[in-house]
Design a protein around this ligand. Structure first.
Ligand SMILES: [Zn+2]
Length: 316
């Protein structure tokens, strides 16, 4: 498997962020503009299904003429994702269609996680956005209040119930992810799930619960998963995680008390790693799912967990 030399501690934006896209939100309610854009002939389309996105041989997002995507069987409403160089860009759901045949030699299908490791950062963010909004549309066809089938409105960025009048907007589910540092011993608490590749340890993470602050969620998750109490919860950075609709909120916290150990069954192991061991492991990038190592294996650089670990290494 491919390994790429990276420089530990050098800050980088999180994968799926930094799309630099003009989302043109003011056009979503402009029916005349939307119609003209969809029918005008120069509009472009991002196609995706639930499992994959379309990536060009050059590592960019494939932008097809919207008219090509409209020929897909089961073609539904194209969703406005933005405007690039004056051209409207839509997302088209290719679920159930033969996307490989549609793409031809213009690109190939790839899982978004895998694609993020090698493709252009702007376009990984664009594909994350398209993938997330398509996924939300697929999963929210019926009203959560009364169960009636809803209508897509606002260029595909909301759904309206014709029965009870409720309007549903795309969801983003907050997930906290945290590395716990022990400054006195210069070590970092990491955990591993049993399903991960051998040797892989990462930050602790969990969904924010209703009526819970981010700081409370961090303290609760760390205690539930590792038996450790923390203080001084510091926000670091965030990462869109469209699998299907999460936002990872990255933190560093300071250890207060407790010996780390698996508590609630989510983790197979939770323990301290010293700076030298983490620094050695950080010198190599790895692919998702890499196996067969007995050494410490850190998360891929496309994951915010890695950003947090590298940030701790850099002392920031
Ligand atoms: Zn309803």
């Amino acid at each position: 498997l491919a390994r790429r030399a990276i420089v530990p501690g050098v800050p980088r934006p999180n994968a799926f962020s930094d799309a630099h896209l003009d989302r043109a939100a003011h056009r979503r309610n402009d029916a005349a503009w939307l119609q003209a854009a969809r029918e005008g002939g120069d509009a472009l389309a991002i196609v995706a299904n639930a499992a994959a996105v379309a990536v060009s041989p050059a590592g960019t997002a494939v932008r097809l003429p919207l008219a090509d995507a409209a020929a897909l069987p089961g073609f539904g409403e194209p969703i406005l994702v933005g405007v690039e160089d004056g051209v409207a860009l839509f997302a088209v759901d290719g679920e159930g269609a033969d996307l490989a045949a549609l793409l031809g030699d213009r690109g190939s299908l790839a899982g978004l996680r895998d694609a993020a490791l090698y493709m252009a950062r702007d376009d990984a963010g664009l594909l994350a956005f398209a993938s997330a909004i398509l996924s939300w549309q697929r999963r929210h066809r019926f009203c959560g209040v009364c169960g009636t089938r809803t209508d897509s409105i606002e260029g595909g960025h909301a759904r309206h119930c014709p029965n009870c009048g409720a309007t549903n907007y795309p969801r983003t589910d907050p997930v906290i992810i945290v590395v716990v540092a022990d400054p006195a011993e210069d070590r970092l608490l990491l955990g591993r799930q049993a399903v991960w590749p051998q040797g892989r340890y990462s930050a602790l993470a969990g969904f924010v619960e209703p009526a819970e602050s981010l700081e409370e969620a961090v303290a609760r998750e760390v205690l539930e998963e590792s038996g450790v109490t923390v203080s001084d919860v510091r926000y670091r950075s965030s990462q869109p995680w469209p699998f299907p609709g999460s936002l990872m909120l990255g933190f560093e916290a300071t250890w207060v008390a407790g010996d780390p150990h698996p508590v609630d069954g989510e983790l197979e192991d939770a323990r301290w790693f010293g700076r030298a061991e983490i620094a050695a492991a950080a010198g190599e990038d790895v692919e998702w799912g890499e196996e067969d190592t007995s050494r410490l294996l850190l998360p891929p650089t496309a994951a915010i967990a890695r950003t947090l670990i590298d940030g701790w290494l850099a002392g920031g």
